[in-house]
Design a protein around this ligand. Structure first.
Ligand SMILES: [Ca+2]
Ligand SMILES: [Ca+2]
Ligand SMILES: [Ca+2]
Length: 482
């Protein structure tokens, strides 16, 4: 028999309530009965012979103690069989049998909690109701067995089931039982549902003894509480992309981590450290959780406008269990800048010229792709106008900003450089004409020089031209300047 608790403990090698008389039929065999024979039990061979050392309470016997825990406990019981009827009342030589109390498997009362994540299944799509399917309780086998071989673990939903031997039928595919689960008072927290699981260890060896029951806690954690939708990642087109193009719907300076507060909107900022938020370009990658495939959250260049980004959120607070949400995605929305051109754009075109004798010069945001709001400013930052055109009378740099009129629209600015010019002042006294026809090797040459150092022509750069009013002769020119 297996060491039971009726003696007080299951580790004393001692059992109570042993019914020695249950062996009488076996002792007498099939052809004799107690009608003809007296069967008594004794603690010694001599006692059986002399009818002493009688076990009085032989239907409720407790074997003797003096036992080393873990060992098999044995006590020999001696049987006296005496003839009831004959004049001699003969006594058979005593026979004996052993009471063997086997130790039962030891079990730990400090099995660690078993944490699982509530994930969507075909029968339960709610990932925060703390009811999980496909729970493999046998994951706890090795911790419970602690190295025992030729033993198995049985799992039970309740203490009554453990006592009745009513095992969980399929412990590799368990769903926690609502009536046995303690649910958190506030489902908006990430606190787990808790169910106590009962277990026993069975010795599969010769004595087949089973342990007493013990328990561990099954913890069912919810998926992170993440919004179903968040806004797009939105920014104005710029030249940070690898094409340096501010009109291609691609930016190279996308900082996805800026979306984390929105993604974790259901948590307090102080809780953000409990979560790992990573971004992927496909759902498959997000579900894999392979961080080598994750996007750099600090800097990213989208492949095309409206590209979808997939979010993986892990609750890392309850490591080693980390419940994951990969349901959220959002798009990258790169907004177009206003499209228009100007003449005389700084660093691109030749400057525009304002003729001081013919003011004003009209500057214009030309070829606009839409109706924009305009702001014109000078180099000092002073606002000069709000129309598509601006009239200027002096040289300078004029900047026009076009703002898209849609909400959160983008803006583009272009700067126009304006230089001044006027009618040139050219006095005859500063022009020198020399006839060089008398010089050797100089045939019919005339040199004309203009002294631009003494003669201030006025603002601007100048071109010089000779005008021929004599159709009879042809000219050739050599130009020199200094
Ligand atoms: Ca016992
Ligand atoms: Ca569920
Ligand atoms: Ca771009």
């Amino acid at each position: 028999m297996c060491d039971d608790e009726f003696s007080g403990t299951t580790t004393d090698g001692q059992n109570s309530g042993i019914d020695l008389r249950s062996r009488v039929d076996q002792i007498l065999g099939s052809t004799q009965t107690e009608t003809d024979y007296i069967v008594s039990f004794h603690t010694s061979a001599a006692g059986a012979k002399m009818n002493t050392d009688i076990i009085i309470n032989d239907t409720d016997f407790t074997n003797e103690a003096g036992f080393i825990a873990g060992n098999i406990s044995e006590q020999t019981i001696y049987v006296r069989v005496q003839d009831r009827n004959g004049p001699l009342k003969c006594v058979k030589n005593p026979v004996s049998f052993k009471i063997i109390v086997n130790p039962i498997p030891a079990v730990s009362n400090t099995i660690s909690p078993f944490a699982v994540c509530d994930i969507a299944t075909s029968s339960d799509s709610d990932t925060r109701n703390r009811i999980a399917q496909n729970i493999d309780l046998t994951s706890k086998d090795s911790e419970i067995l602690a190295g025992k071989t030729n033993h198995r673990v049985a799992y039970y939903a309740t203490q009554q089931d453990a006592q009745d031997g009513n095992e969980i039928a399929n412990p590799t595919d368990f769903q926690n039982i609502t009536s046995e689960t303690n649910f958190p008072a506030d489902f908006n927290t990430d606190n787990p549902g808790v169910e106590t699981i009962f277990f026993k260890v069975f010795d599969l060896g010769g004595n087949q003894c089973e342990s007493i029951f013990a328990t561990f806690q099954l913890l069912i954690y919810p998926e992170p509480n993440i919004p179903i939708n968040i806004s797009d990642y939105s920014d104005c087109d710029n030249t940070s992309d690898s094409f340096a193009n501010d009109a291609n719907g691609i930016n190279g300076d996308i900082t996805l981590k800026n979306k984390i507060p929105e993604i974790l909107a259901n948590y307090q900022p102080a809780e953000f450290a409990d979560f790992s938020v990573t971004f992927y370009t496909s759902l498959t990658d997000a579900e894999s959780g392979n961080t080598a495939l994750a996007i750099d959250e600090n800097i990213f260049e989208n492949d095309a406008n409206n590209q979808t980004i997939y979010v993986r959120v892990e609750n890392t607070k309850n490591t080693p269990i980390a419940c994951v949400n990969t349901k959220l995605s959002f798009n990258i929305n790169i907004k177009s800048l206003p499209s228009f051109t100007v003449m005389g754009e700084e660093n691109i075109d030749a400057p525009q010229i304002v003729c001081l004798n013919d003011t004003p010069l009209t500057l214009e945001a030309e070829n606009p792709a839409a109706t924009y709001d305009y702001i014109w400013t000078n180099e000092a930052g002073t606002t000069l106008g709000n129309n598509a055109t601006l009239q200027v009378t002096t040289a300078g740099k004029y900047t026009v900003i076009a703002n898209d009129q849609s909400p959160d629209g983008c803006s583009r600015e272009r700067t126009i450089v304006v230089n001044e010019s006027n009618i040139a002042t050219l006095l005859e006294s500063f022009i020198t004409i020399i006839d060089e026809s008398n010089n050797l090797s100089s045939n019919d040459n005339i040199s004309i020089s203009i002294d631009t150092l003494s003669n201030d022509l006025g603002p601007g750069d100048y071109q010089f031209a000779l005008k021929n009013d004599d159709n009879r002769r042809s000219f050739s020119f050599n130009w020199f300047s200094r």
